[in-house]
Ligand binder design. Structure first.
Ligand code: DP6
Length: 421
């Protein structure tokens, strides 16, 4: 009686974007610290269409660290989660909230347990870099909860230890992950090259391609590549360093033809080193290849690139169009070649920024069926049209970095119990 400490719950909610690499990270020089063998560059995707929201909380009433992903409890025992938690706790500061009667001393953080709830606004199984957004969001929100003094670049070096590509999700716009030289990884972190407003004409269309089998994970795939591929050494030492300089320059100057050529050739080379791995790894499938040839034919016919494509460790295509007008023309071509199945409605086939669909003059399925073949394929053998090879398309654009959501109604945990809502 009287001496009983108040059972407060302290809580922070944040939202973090996904990113797509245009110069790929593939291969580690240190597996535990997650240190890469080359620099990489990515574009952050608009969190309105693809993001992770995470609520982190602590309370003297919690008796263990717990985490829920998309409503389901998952284990926090994995080495990568543990590395992130350890690194953040080591940098935690005093926290005081008089209104709530919260007073946490730096050293208390070692004994206070955490509840974490995370939610992706896109299907986790679609293979859209959910781990990148997820780990970045975990690190960012915990850093706010524990009042860390580190900036986003220093936080990126912690997120990196959760998943390499996660470090690039600490910033919006165009981001470079500098591989660093130090053995302890202190200089292997993300820096922002330009924010999302720098090149705001770009439009991104993602084709979520139906995959038949479970793919090799990036982690084990890149390990096999480093162990068995002779090409990966040439890529990391000779090719990527030059491309990084050229890509930074293309982004700075908003030089779309150079940007597109570098992004496409780098994606193709990443898949070439996968093929050079023994046993070989295939991430792209027939649909992926057909998307490449559709874009290549059009780019060639125009005489200058209209669209860039890039593929990660799966069959999904990420296409970057130079502006809204080309994005509308691209969408017409994609819908012509990859129409939805008869039982799918257009509204669930094209998601995200649907205004691109209006620009393309497509209101309903009748308009899709009425699409004329694009001029660049006119003289060729008619392309095979197969329904259902693409599950759906997401229209989006480059977007901003992590933000704290101050509005408590957006929290995923109950502010009184600290349990999922
Ligand atoms: C093909 O970051 O998923 O998407 O560091 O082992 O967690 P780990 O791998 P991960 O690898 C991403 C590889 C890629 C290219 C990229 O994002 O740069």
């Amino acid at each position: 009686m009287g001496g009983e400490p108040a059972k407060w719950v302290s809580m922070v909610t944040a939202r973090t974007p996904t990113n797509i690499a245009v110069i790929k990270y593939w291969g580690k020089r240190d597996e535990t610290l997650i240190l890469p063998i080359n620099d990489s560059i990515s574009v952050t995707l608009d969190p309105n269409h693809l993001c992770t929201t995470t609520t982190v909380s602590c309370s003297p009433s919690f008796d263990q660290d717990r985490m829920w992903l998309n409503g389901k409890e998952i284990s926090l025992q994995g080495g990568r989660f543990q590395s992130c938690l350890r690194e953040i706790r080591a940098r935690a500061q005093d926290v005081e909230d008089e209104k709530k009667g919260i007073k946490i001393k730096k050293e208390d953080w070692q004994n206070l347990h955490l509840h974490i709830a995370s939610y992706n606004n896109f299907p986790t199984a679609a293979g859209l870099a959910s781990s990148a957004a997820g780990l970045a969001c975990l690190v960012f929100s915990l850093a706010k909860l524990m009042n860390l003094k580190e900036d986003n670049s220093q936080l990126s070096a912690i997120a990196r230890q959760g998943s390499g590509s996660a470090c690039r999700s600490l910033y919006g716009g165009f981001v470079k992950w500098v591989m660093g030289k130090e053995d302890n990884g202190s200089d292997s972190l993300a820096v922002q090259l330009a924010d999302e407003k720098h090149w705001d004409e770009l439009v991104i269309i993602i084709a979520v391609v139906s995959a038949r089998q479970k793919e090799t994970s990036s982690t084990s795939g890149m390990r096999d590549t480093v162990e068995t591929s002779a090409l990966i050494q040439h890529r990391a030492k000779e090719v990527v360093p030059k491309r990084i300089i050229q890509m930074e320059d293309a982004i700075q100057k908003r030089d779309f033809p150079s940007f597109a050529r570098l992004a496409c050739t780098d994606s193709n080379q990443f898949h070439a080193v996968c093929l050079d791995t023994y046993p070989p790894i295939f991430y792209m499938n027939d649909t992926s290849h057909r998307i490449i040839s559709c874009v290549e034919k059009w780019n060639r016919a125009e005489g200058t690139p209209q669209v860039a494509y890039t593929f990660d460790a799966g069959p999904n295509a990420v296409m970057i169009a130079r502006n809204r007008k080309t994005a509308a023309l691209l969408l017409q071509r994609l819908l012509y070649n990859f129409p939805p199945q008869s039982d799918t409605d257009l509204d669930s086939y094209i998601i995200g920024d649907k205004s691109i669909l209006e620009d393309a003059g497509i209101k309903d399925m009748k308009d899709v069926e009425g699409l004329a073949p694009p001029p660049e394929i006119k003289d060729n053998i008619p392309t095979q049209k197969s329904k259902g090879d693409v599950s759906y398309f997401i229209c989006t654009r480059p977007g901003g970095g992590p933000v704290v959501l101050a509005d408590e109604t957006q929290a995923l945990l109950d502010p009184l119990t600290g349990l999922p809502k």
